[in-house]
Design a protein around this ligand. Sequence first.
Ligand code: ATP
Ligand code: MG
Length: 525
Amino acid sequence: MRREDLIAPQIYNIAEEVEKYAQGPRKVALIWEDKEGKHREVTYQELMKNANRTGNVFLKSGLKKGDIILVMVPRIVEAYEVYLAALKCGIVILPSSEMLRTKDLDYRVQAGDVKGVVSHYSCAGQFKNVRGIEALKKFVIGKPEPGWTFLDEAKETASDQLETAKTSKDDMAFLSYTSGTTGNPKGVVHSHGWGYSHLRTAAPNWLGIREDDRVWATAAPGWQKWVWSPFLSVLGSGAAGFVYNGRFDPEKYLSLLDEYKINVLCCTPTEYRLMAKVDDLSHYHLEHLRSAVSAGEPLNREVIEVFKKHFGIKIRDGYGQTENTLLIGISIDMDLRPGSMGKPFPGNQVEIINEDGEPCKPGEVGDIAVHKDTPALFKYYYKEPERTAQQYRGDYYITGDRARKDEDGYYWFEGRRDDIIISSGYTIGPFEVEDALVKHPYVKECAVVASPHEIRGNIVKAFVVLKEGISEDMPGLVKELQNHVKQLTAPYKYPRAIEFIKELPKTASGKIRRVELRRQELDRM
Ligand code: ATP
Ligand code: MG
């Protein structure tokens, strides 16, 4: 894949990528199930007809090309309809997770110049105290709500024909907010052309989707990962997407993989980690699973080994950000090196650079950076030119993550810039230590941070969540965990302090917030 192959035609609308599969009446787009076992199947044709109806309701309300709407809909078929409808009309989507609360919504509505809101009825109450809500166009799904247009009803009488807006490849399609792992979420502007290059990078090379596949990408709408995988990559490949609208439960997930004969799976590292810790994996077969990928956080070796041993499947890592696309990963036909996140995907100009903006030598740790001409790089942070500029060093956008390359070009993740620990002059990435700790059978999850220390500057401190049934009072436990790490990493990296906790602080999307633990350590001083 060359860079040119990732550049969209000048007039381009990402919804076309899905609509082209809606020619015949039978091609299945979505297979949906909820926690009560309710089941639904939707063809591409039905999906597009409902998207067209929804789009007509939007246009009739006065919304127009270029307007921004906030969409807060859980894992239901209507989420796909609403996204396709808006894109087809050239309306920009601000994706919002159902977990957001009034203050988060208020922040997005004000900062994002939002003109309209689409909400599931279960979330509509969160908008009551959002400033300026009365002036917005409001659409509710699932149940009527006073003051809101009931989309289910309005769409019934709307036409199922809708012309696609003549969007340019550079027109804004999504205003996506980052996860807020390190601070306030940032509004990232992505164009229709971004979607073009994302689809051509992630779907064939990383997910390895074929048109007749059944794909389960577990991300929920509202996160950029939903746009990446279940939405664009699955429907843009003409495959059938499986959607489970229920809470995460490792045993349930493993059963569904068998029951629905899933071929391609995309999960978070936490989901994989908890599945790998299920006691008796021999109940599950995962016979149909051909491709399994992970993204969003570092993937631990332990998980890779367990899945390989029990199911003969290799879980492949992928790295990217809301600001770009899948930048680095193990592609479907590449050899895996457990612990490495892979190599840059062709067409994306990714490098590890030093403080002077020069590429680092193999073995040297530097910043993961993306050349400004990479088609899948975001345009800018919405209305924040200074913040955007700060993120550049010469021609490179700086991701804020640190890594090193080996002699063969494989990338090894060190950690987020802010999470790196400097202890007695040594630079230590938290990931390697965490990776070693979770290998221990007593450890369920852990996070490693810098803890201030009078002599050493900082020491490595691990917060550990123990597996059910393991008591933190077990004699010699701390020593055992420390020795375990010393055997797997350079001994100076071992956690000099270990604290047991019941739960790790996480973002709503489940990412570990080391920043909170770090702050807690500073406050203790
Ligand atoms: P914020 O920018 O608001 O603090 P965030 O960076 O977590 O939040 P996202 O854009 O959702 O928001 O996540 C991208 C980040 O997730 C990357 O910069 C990186 O730190 C981490 N990440 C993603 N994939 C991987 C991976 N495969 N291995 C290690 N880290 C990863
Ligand atoms: Mg970020």
